[in-house]
Design a protein around this ligand. Structure first.
Ligand SMILES: Cc1cc2nc3c(=O)[nH]c(=O)nc-3n(C[C@H](O)[C@H](O)[C@H](O)COP(=O)(O)O)c2cc1C
Ligand code: SF4
Length: 287
């Protein structure tokens, strides 16, 4: 099946799609004709949807997304830049949650939004595992702490570097330092082999985090879960991550039990000109 279907009645022959396609999949055989998939490039299409996005008459559909028409939008549908900046700056890592669950369907809506994150070659390789109750989240914490104990026992240098012994002790005293008693967790994973699976997974996780903040949920990266997943098959098994795949992003989330009133400062780097280039250097994060 051809990757792109063009409705010949709706097509205005403006060739916008031909010029937009990053892989030059589309071509016109003769000026004024409806574009077609280049016969030698039928396998080149990466399903990025740019041809659909640019078409003013909605003449294009992708066979990989059968039945999904393009969704038109106008400039007025976009939030203004100040609103977006405020959304980004007011996101905080939330570590205190109300005793109210988030359903898998609610997290699923955020996952659908995160599917619009960019991915290398538009591979869209990210899958998610969602834990939707505090009990399931606590069980994940247990498996992570088991891995930490093992690292401490083995005197693995990472254990000392990351104060794992202290974390294990705190957990044993009943404090959930892994997922902070959150009612839900979303873990993003992808095939180990691919174009840019690790970057894609991290970007998707961050996109979900911003979408969650916009809806009033609180999230925080579950860094210890990501770390443990890289070492512990038990953690991957608990999360249902199949062989040949790796988890690179994890968030614990819920309804925030804290209210932030101020945006804390961040370093504003000043551009330094260097051989005609501008370096916005990160400052050492010291006192
Ligand atoms: C890690 C990463 C690397 C990418 N590298 C390139 C690149 O080298 N050249 C390019 O044209 N697009 C690149 N892209 C953009 C993707 O092709 C693009 O995100 C994808 O086709 C989906 O299109 P969209 O971002 O417009 O939704 C990259 C995206 C990611 C996340
Ligand atoms: S989906 Fe992307 S790669 Fe495929 S034809 Fe359209 S613009 Fe080109």
């Amino acid at each position: 099946m051809l990757p792109v279907i063009i409705d010949t009645e709706l097509c205005k022959r403006d060739e916008l799609c031909v010029h937009e396609c990053p892989l030059m999949v589309l071509t016109v055989e003769k000026k004024g004709q409806v574009p077609v998939v280049h016969p030698k490039k039928t396998n080149y299409c990466i399903n990025c949807g740019h041809c659909m996005a640019i078409c003013p008459t909605g003449a294009i559909t992708l066979s990989a997304f059968e039945g999904q028409a393009a969704e038109p939008f106008s400039k007025e549908d976009l939030p203004d830049s100040a609103a977006v900046e405020t959304l980004i700056k007011t996101r905080r890592s939330v570590r205190k949650f109300k005793k109210k669950n988030i359903s898998a369907d609610e997290v699923g809506e955020l996952i659908h939004t995160a599917a619009y994150a960019p991915s290398g070659h538009s591979a869209q390789p990210v899958s998610w595992t969602v834990l939707d109750t505090p009990e399931k989240v606590l069980e994940l914490g247990k498996v992570v702490v088991e891995w930490m104990e093992e690292m401490v026992k083995q005197k693995n240098p990472l254990a000392e570097k990351l104060f794992l012994a202290g974390l294990v002790n705190t957990w044993k005293k009943g404090k959930d330092v892994i997922c902070r008693d959150a009612p839900a967790v979303a873990v993003a994973w992808a095939p180990k082999l691919g174009i840019t699976p690790q970057a894609d997974t991290v970007i998707a996780t961050n996109t979900l985090e911003i979408a969650a903040h916009a809806k009033g949920y609180g999230t925080c990266w579950a860094g210890y879960v990501v770390l443990a997943a890289a070492y512990s098959q038990k953690v991957l098994d608990y999360l249902g991550v199949p062989e040949g795949h790796m988890a690179h992003g994890a968030l614990f989330l819920g309804h925030p039990a804290v209210r932030y009133r101020n945006i804390p400062p961040r370093h504003k780097s000043v551009a330094e000109e260097q051989d005609g280039k501008f370096i916005f250097r990160a400052r050492p994060n010291t006192h």
